[in-house]
Design a protein around this ligand. Structure first.
Ligand code: OGA
Ligand code: MN
Length: 241
């Protein structure tokens, strides 16, 4: 799959050159989009399938999300399950965090969805990924909780294409644990550890990178999101409307 992905990306790159040559590229509109950051993410995805960017989220957005999550009523969170809808299954062996889906009912939630939408548009223009929709949730890992090694999408049935995770923990350091460990493939046992510090952003191809969340000694706050392609067939809308 990674090999095919490589070929795909080379084709995409070639197509991009042609498009740029015809000056049909970006409109150059400046609506707060961090072109430098988004370009870096696109290039990382193209070359290695993942991108890890410290201090990526706009500072004001990161702080607002942090404050919002701190103030959120505890009962808005529910124990996390695996999958959604019929496939939703609580499994304490696999994950013990608590989540709250971001629906855009708060101003800061809408701001986050807006930012994620800009990233989606950028990556679609740049990499032709055909990303269609975005879903995301806040997650709270209490001390000692975890999310064991898993993949966010399965080959063949994948409509989750890209995973994005960002962290809402000021002053986190490695002694606090709670790292995200991103494995390069199913054989990798070592992985790359990401410290869940406020503003760090991780983006990766959902099918390709198994990952896990290690237990922490502090409360650990994050947002996890997924860009999906549209796999609707006539009878059934997926993602749900
Ligand atoms: C997830 C996930 C990672 C993290 O929610 O699927 O892998 O670091 N989260 O919070
Ligand atoms: Mn995951």
């Amino acid at each position: 799959m990674l090999k095919n992905q490589g070929i795909l990306f080379s084709l995409i790159e070639h197509a991009n050159h042609l498009i740029n040559a015809k000056s049909l590229g970006f409109t150059g509109d400046d609506n707060g989009v961090d072109e430098t950051l988004f370009t870096r993410i696109a290039e990382d995805l193209e070359s290695q399938g993942y991108s890890i960017c410290p201090v990526a989220l706009p500072e004001e957005l990161a702080t607002s999300l942090y404050q919002y999550q701190q103030g959120m009523d505890a009962e808005k969170f529910s124990s996390a399950g695996i999958g959604r809808g019929d496939a939703y299954l609580k499994n304490e062996f696999v994950r013990t965090d608590e989540i709250c889906w971001i629906t855009g009912e708060s101003a800061v939630g809408r701001q986050w969805l807006g930012w994620a939408g800009e990233l989606k548009n950028f990556l679609n223009r740049r990499l032709f990924l055909g990303l269609f929709s975005f879903e995301s949730h806040f997650a709270h890992y209490r001390p000692g909780t975890y999310y064991k090694r898993h993949c966010d999408a399965f080959k063949g049935e994948a409509n989750r294409v890209l995973t994005v995770v960002t962290y809402l923990n000021p002053g986190w350091n490695s002694a606090d644990g709670g790292e995200l460990v991103l494995y390069k493939d199913e054989h990798d046992r070592e992985g790359i550890k990401v410290v869940p510090l406020l503003g760090t952003l991780v983006v990766f191809l959902s099918e390709e990178f198994p990952h896990e969340v290690l237990p922490a000694t502090r409360d650990r706050y994050s947002i996890a999101g997924w860009y999906r392609v549209n796999t609707s067939v006539s009878e059934r809308a997926d993602p749900p409307i």
